[in-house]
Design a protein around this ligand. Structure first.
Ligand code: B12
Ligand code: SF4
Length: 463
C-alpha cells in the first residue's frame, strides 16, 4: 500500500475500466478485480475462470503484477499486461516467462484487436501495439496509432468496480476520478506522459465531458470529481466553456485538477470561472526553486511564475497541493534547501516532496541508467534515493527528504497528517525504513535515522 493510499488518495483504475467498457461493447464478458480495494486475495484468486487475464502495471506494482501473472498462467489463462511500466520494458516483461502479450501504451484498441484475434485464432502480426515471443524471439509489432477521437470511446465501465469503496474525499465529499484528455506537449525529462500518451494533446469535447459528469453525478451519486488529466487546463477556452456550462446547469459539484504555473498565470479569468464552477483544489508541479534546475528538468516553466500563480489561486480560494522534486544529478545541498524554503514560503495547503525517480520511458531513465542504485521496482515510490548524484550522497538526499517533509508538516495546522502516517509503525517500516536499508545498507540507514534526531514520535518507530 503506498502512502497515498494510506492517506486516503484512492482512485479507481480508470484504464482498466475503459478497456472493460470497450470489450463489453463488443460482446465480451468482462470482470475487473482491484486487489488494492475490495479483494486482496490475489494469491488464492481463481484465475482459471477466465480465458484471458489482463493486468495493469505501473512501475511500483510491476513485481506484484508478475506474481499475479504467474498464478493466472499456471491456471491456464492467456496473460496480457499493459500500463506505463511494461510499455517501455516489453522484452524484460516477456522474459519473465509468465506473460503472453504486452499491450503497449493506450490499451483500448490494442486489447480489443488482440482479443478479437485470439477469439478467432487469427494471426497476430496485424495486431498493432503488442509485443510477444515467437519461439523465444521478441516480436514487437508496430505501435498502434493514438486514439484520435476520445469522444468515440465509451465511458469507463464504473459499474464493474466497487466505486464507493475507494473512499477518496474532496472537502468531505466522496469523490471519483475522470479523464478528459490524454497526452502532453511538454515532455519533461523526468515524466513519461509525453512518451506514453504522445506529445499531441488530445482532448474530449465539452459535451462529452458534461455527459460523463452527469452520469457520475446523477447516476452514481458523486458530488466531487478528481480530473486525472496530466494537463487539464492546457486549453483555457475548453475549460472556460466547460465551467460556464456547469454553472449554467447549477450542478453542485466540487472538483480537483492538475495544472502548470504558466497556464494559471496566463489565464486568471479561467481560474475565476473554474472556482465558480466548483474547483476546490489544484495540484501544481512547482518542482524546484532554481531556474537552472527547472531548465535541466526540461520543465519549461519560470520560478518567478510560482508566486503569481499562488496569488491567483488564493484570490479564488482554491487550495493548492504543490509538487517538488529534488535529487537532480547536479543538484547541491544548497539547491535543495532553497527548494524546501520556497515550498514553505508559498503558502501551500499541502506539499508532495519527491526524490527524483527515473521511471522507464523517461529521458531521465536513459541518462542515469548506469548510475542506478537498485532495480527493485517496488522502491520506485519517489521517497527513496535511487541514483548516485554528483554533489549529494544518498544519505544527504534522504536526510533532505525527511527534513522537507518535517519542516512542512510539523506545523500546527498540518500536524494531523504527520501523525496519521507515523502512528502506524508497520507502514513506516514498509514504506520508508526498509527501502532505505535496502538501498543504503543497514548500517548506513540506521546511522542516518539515528543521527537525524527525528521528533520523538518518529524515532520511537525507527528501529
Ligand atoms: C490517478 C493517478 C494516480 C492515483 C491512483 C490511480 C489508479 N488507481 O490507477 C494515485 C494518486 C493514487 C497515484 C499514485 C501514484 N502515482 Co500515479 N498517476 C495517476 C494518473 C494521473 C492518472 C491514471 C489514470 O487514471 N489515467 C487514465 C487512464 C485511462 O490511463 P491509464 O491508467 O494509463 O490506462 C491506459 C494504459 O495504461 C493502458 N493500460 C492500463 N492497464 C492496462 C492493462 C492491459 C492488459 C493493457 C493491454 C493496457 C493497459 O490502457 C489504458 C487505457 O488507455 C497517471 C498519469 C496519467 N495521466 O495516466 C499517474 C501515473 C500512473 N502515476 C505515476 C506515479 C509515479 C505515481 C506515484 C509513484 C507517485 C508518488 N510519488 O507517490 C504513486 C504510486 C501509487 C502506487 N501504485 O502505489 C506515474 C507512473 C509512472 C510509472 N512508470 O510507474 C504516472 C504515469 C504519472 C507520470 N506521468 O509519471 N497515481
Ligand atoms: S510533468 Fe506535467 S508537463 Fe511535464 S511532461 Fe509530465 S505531464 Fe507534461
Amino acid at each position: 500500500m503506498s502512502y497515498l493510499y494510506k492517506l486516503g488518495v484512492r482512485w479507481p483504475p480508470l484504464g482498466l475500466a475503459y478497456i472493460g467498457a470497450v470489450l463489453r461493447e463488443h460482446g465480451y464478458e468482462v470482470k475487473i478485480v482491484d486487489f488494492d480495494i475490495g479483494s486482496s486475495d490475489w494469491n488464492t484468486y481463481p484465475y482459471k475462470q477466465f480465458d484471458i487475464v489482463g493486468i495493469s502495471a505501473e512501475t511500483i506494482r510491476y513485481p506484484k503484477a508478475l506474481q499475479v501473472a504467474r498464478l493466472a498462467k499456471e491456471q491456464g489463462a492467456i496473460v496480457v499486461i499493459g500500463g506505463p511500466h511494461v510499455s517501455f520494458f516489453d522484452k524484460e516483461t516477456l522474459d519473465s516467462g509468465v506473460v503472453d502479450y504486452v499491450g503497449r501504451n493506450e490499451g483500448e484498441d490494442v486489447m480489443l484487436t488482440l482479443v478479437n484475434c485470439l477469439a478467432k485464432k487469427a494471426p497476430l502480426n496485424e495486431v498493432k501495439g503488442i509485443s510477444y515471443l515467437d519461439n523465444g524471439k521478441l516480436v514487437r509489432n508496430p505501435d498502434a496509432p493514438y486514439i484520435g477521437d476520445l469522444d468515440a470511446l465509451p465511458f469507463p465501465a464504473r459499474d464493474l468496480l466497487p466505486l464507493k469503496l475507494y473512499g477518496s474525499k474532496l472537502k468531505g465529499r466522496l469523490s471519483t476520478s475522470m479523464s478528459t484528455s490524454r497526452g502532453c506537449p511538454y515532455n519533461c525529462d523526468f515524466c513519461s506522459a509525453s512518451q506514453f500518451a504522445g506529445v499531441k494533446w488530445r482532448a474530449r469535447s465539452v459535451e462529452s465531458i458534461l455527459e460523463e459528469i452527469e452520469v457520475v453525478h446523477k447516476r452514481y451519486g458523486f458530488n466531487a470529481i478528481h480530473f486525472v488529466d496530466d494537463n487539464f487546463t492546457l486549453n483555457p477556452e475548453r475549460v472556460t466553456s466547460l465551467c460556464e456550462e456547469i454553472i449554467r446547469r447549477n450542478w453542485d459539484i466540487f472538483w480537483w485538477a492538475m495544472s502548470r504555473v504558466d497556464t494559471i498565470v496566463n489565464s486568471p479569468d479561467m481560474v475565476e470561472v473554474m472556482a465558480k464552477a466548483g474547483l476546490k483544489r489544484m495540484f501544481i508541479g512547482f518542482e524546484s526553486a532554481g531556474q537552472r534546475i527547472l531548465d535541466v528538468y526540461g520543465k519549461k516553466t519560470h520560478v518567478s511564475d510560482a508566486k503569481v500563480a499562488m496569488q491567483i489561486l488564493r484570490k479564488n480560494k482554491v487550495e493548492v497541493v504543490g509538487s517538488f522534486i529534488f535529487g537532480g544529478l547536479h543538484e547541491t545541498k544548497e539547491d535543495v534547501e532553497e527548494t524546501i524554503r520556497f515550498a514553505n514560503q508559498l503558502r501551500l495547503d499541502s506539499a508532495q516532496f519527491g526524490i527524483l525517480t527515473p521511471y522507464p520511458g523517461t529521458k531521465l531513465y536513459k541518462d542515469v541508467e548506469n548510475r542506478l542504485l537498485s532495480k527493485n521496482w517496488e522502491l520506485y515510490t519517489g521517497s527513496v534515493p535511487l541514483t548516485t548524484l554528483d554533489y549529494l550522497s544518498s544519505e544527504e538526499l534522504a536526510r533532505l527528504f525527511i527534513k522537507a517533509n518535517l519542516s512542512f508538516y510539523m506545523r500546527p495546522k498540518k500536524i494531523a497528517l504527520v501523525t496519521s502516517v507515523v502512528s502506524d509503525p508497520a507502514f513506516l517500516e514498509t514504506n520508508f525504513f526498509a527501502p532505505l536499508r535496502e538501498v543504503l545498507g543497514k548500517d548506513r540507514a540506521d546511522s542516518l535515522l539515528g543521527e537525524m534526531k527525528l521528533p520523538r514520535i518518529l524515532r520511537r518507530y525507527s528501529y
